[in-house]
Design a protein around this ligand. Structure first.
Ligand code: FDA
Length: 305
């Protein structure tokens, strides 16, 4: 698509626009966002999680939140995460929790953010629920990895995400041997000083870091909608006797739903990332930026509402 590059840049620009992100909280799920965001409340999202569980799919819930610059909002996000943990525990859903460090106050004060994380990890530990720290843009990468190291000294139920487009990804994966990681290609726009720009190079590095983590015997979540990558991982695991209990595939809610079910039918563990909440705009714009073909969602949603 000739317009693909400018469209990507346009959606990434919108994703970061603080005014639009704030305004969209009051709009309800617009522009077809309901196809990829599982509701605005925990009840709506949990309903969807339980339906996915019935189909053999595991889930991870994400209470959407970005651009948090005041402590009250960060504390409210912390409470919301704890509320999600309780809902998972009470419903006995096959589900864990994903969250972002900026949502818990990383841009305000790192120590405050760590304290919020400690509270969340302690409740999650009590309920035997795993907590995944999503990886945000490069400016938060080092801090996020430092926070993970601190938390891992106290909790074994926490892990993070490594982005294959970053030059540092291979070293990070090697340093994080034994820690459950979600491996992704990377969703943000980063400079060529820190990130590979060429799709083929990113794909190669993605397979490279997947092999390293699997060969290390570490639990690996391969989070991708790319059927070529998924086929390569299946073949690699088969050829190298990597047990299916050592890895899982992950996909986003509303994306490649047939492929999700096919993998379950083949006996693979698949986890769906289920975002919910009123702070949906940045998440939705990043999904459009990744795959401008999804603009169909947005246009259909725009004209039908
Ligand atoms: P990519 O976009 O590279 O597409 C490769 C090919 O796959 C396409 O050319 C097409 O053939 C096929 N394909 C892809 N999507 C399709 C679709 N919807 N329908 C049909 N075919 C399709 N990023 C990040 O920076 N930090 C994070 O914490 C996370 N977390 C995360 C969790 C989960 C569960 C997922 C799935 C992804 C993330 N990501 C992320 C996003 C990730 O970094 C990446 O931007 C997207 O997954 C897009 O890359 P893919 O590997 O999915 O395929």
């Amino acid at each position: 698509m000739v317009l693909e590059k400018p469209l990507r840049s346009f959606f990434m620009f919108l994703a970061k626009n603080k005014m639009l992100n704030k305004a969209a909280k009051k709009w309800g799920l617009k522009f077809g966002a309901a196809q990829v965001v599982a509701g605005q409340t925990i009840d709506a999202a949990m309903n969807n999680v339980l339906k996915l569980n019935e189909q053999g799919l595991h889930c991870t819930l994400d209470h959407l939140g970005e651009f948090v610059f005041d402590k009250e909002e960060a504390l409210a996000s912390t409470e919301a995460c704890i509320h999600v943990l309780r809902a998972i525990h009470e419903s006995q859903a096959k589900c864990n929790l994903s969250l972002k460090m900026t949502q818990l106050g990383l841009d305000i004060d790192e120590a405050f953010c760590i304290d919020n994380m400690r509270r969340i990890c302690a409740v999650a530990k009590q309920y035997n629920i795993f907590v995944r720290i999503d990886m945000e843009d490069y400016s938060h990468c080092v801090q996020t990895l430092n926070i993970l190291t601190i938390l891992r000294e106290e909790f074994d139920n926490v892990g993070t995400v490594i982005q294959a487009y970053l030059h540092r990804a291979e070293d990070d994966v090697k340093n994080l041997k034994g820690i459950p990681l979600r491996l992704v290609k990377g969703a943000y726009k980063e400079s060529d000083e820190v990130a590979f720009q060429d799709k083929a190079v990113i794909d190669d590095n993605y397979m490279n870091i997947i092999r390293i983590h699997l060969d290390n015997g570490s639990y690996t979540a391969i989070a991708s909608h790319d059927h070529n990558i998924i086929e390569k991982v299946k073949a690699y695991a088969e050829e190298n006797n990597i047990p299916r209990t050592q890895f899982e595939f992950q996909m986003l809610y509303g994306f490649r739903t047939s492929l999700q079910k096919e993998l379950v039918a083949e006996g693979y563990k698949v986890r769906v990332y289920v975002p919910f909440g009123t702070d949906w705009f940045g998440y939705f714009m990043r999904r459009l930026a990744e795959r401008p073909q999804n603009i169909g969602f947005a246009l259909r949603g725009f004209f039908s509402k």
